[in-house]
Design a binder for this molecule. Sequence first.
Ligand code: CTP
Length: 400
Amino acid sequence: MRMLKGKKILLGITGSIAAYKSIYLVRLLVKAGAEVRVIMTPSSKDFVSTLTLSTLSHHPVLIEMFDEQSWSNHVMLGRWADVMIIAPLSCNTLAKMANGQCDNLLLAVYLSATCKVVVAPAMDEDMWNHPTTKENLRKLESFGNSIIPVEKGELASGLFGDGRMAEPGDIIEFITANFFSKGPLSGKKVLVTAGPTYEAIDPVRFIGNHSSGKMGIAIAKELHHRGAEVTLVIGPAATEFSANGINLVRVTSAEDMYKACHKVFADTDLAVMSAAVADYTPVTRAKDKIKKKDERLQLELTKTKDILKSLGEKKKPGQVLVGFALETADEKKHALEKLVKKNADMIILNSLNDTGAGFGHDTNKITIFRKKGKEIGFTTKSKDEVAKDIVDTIIRFHYA
Ligand code: CTP
């Protein structure tokens, strides 16, 4: 809470029953020492009073773009703030934000905001689950906005389910952890790869693998939690997750992943390569769908570029490179070979011989190898806990 002292927060309130929680949010922010300005959409006035909000925030509430006498400078408001929070975010404002519409002051400020934007949606469960809502949230995420997921509970409709806006205390915790805390990796730029890659055979078929991306996502989140600025390059994993402040780059093939990694690596302090990158890709991609004709079909494959190895070749002093090894036999020998061959500082070994480790499981069992020093073994744990162990070990040897 202390970290919010003097921070400039712009709070946008939209028309939703959950707007009553925004009153308490303003109260908590002001109590924590933040300077708060409130912008409301016209329809939100039906849910909370401007008098309450202006009194608690110690500033007039802004609603209209202009009146007969003056014009609200939306560009300056978006530049003034350290963070813009939109809570509650209604379905209607979400749709407008996703499509760049600008028919009120809140939307004009959002579109011109240069600060971080965080939204806390609130809606009924069926609206929350509608594909349009999901699509709009994905769009917002791709614009770099953070989304604080809804909670399960009693809804205004009387139904019970997903859709409740996050509690004010959780919103404060989120912005503190994401924007104002100084973790051990604060100021460090980190690259993480995750998930499988798909190598196209023809327009409808591909060669892929069963990687869920869960391990890499957990690592990216943990690194972000410790203050790092994280870019997560993720293959087509099915896992739905909310990026919440992580820069997300979605790719499909090994070649796409290679390009995305090289684009950011020079400016990266630490890279953790947890993706299950295809080792081979079809030599040619058929333009049209391959028809079923002959009894046998031969596919010619060629090696993909080894991303970890190529980054190892480019690595400059001070850059830290962490790779994974998935082995079924002679685990330790292969892990140590990869450490040298790929010029990595650390290799995290998953042995498929260990129960609960590797693809498809929610748990993992790892051993960490370093160029110097003893190997470090861990017990079988959830992937989130394993991510903590990995990040703790990286910090211990490189950033402590
Ligand atoms: N890796 C990569 N690019 C590739 C293949 C692998 O960056 N084209 C990375 C993985 O993300 C992982 C490490 O290299 O961090 C080791 O991957 P693994 O599949 O265990 O090893 P390979 O190098 O592919 O060797 P092999 O398949 O012979 O075990």
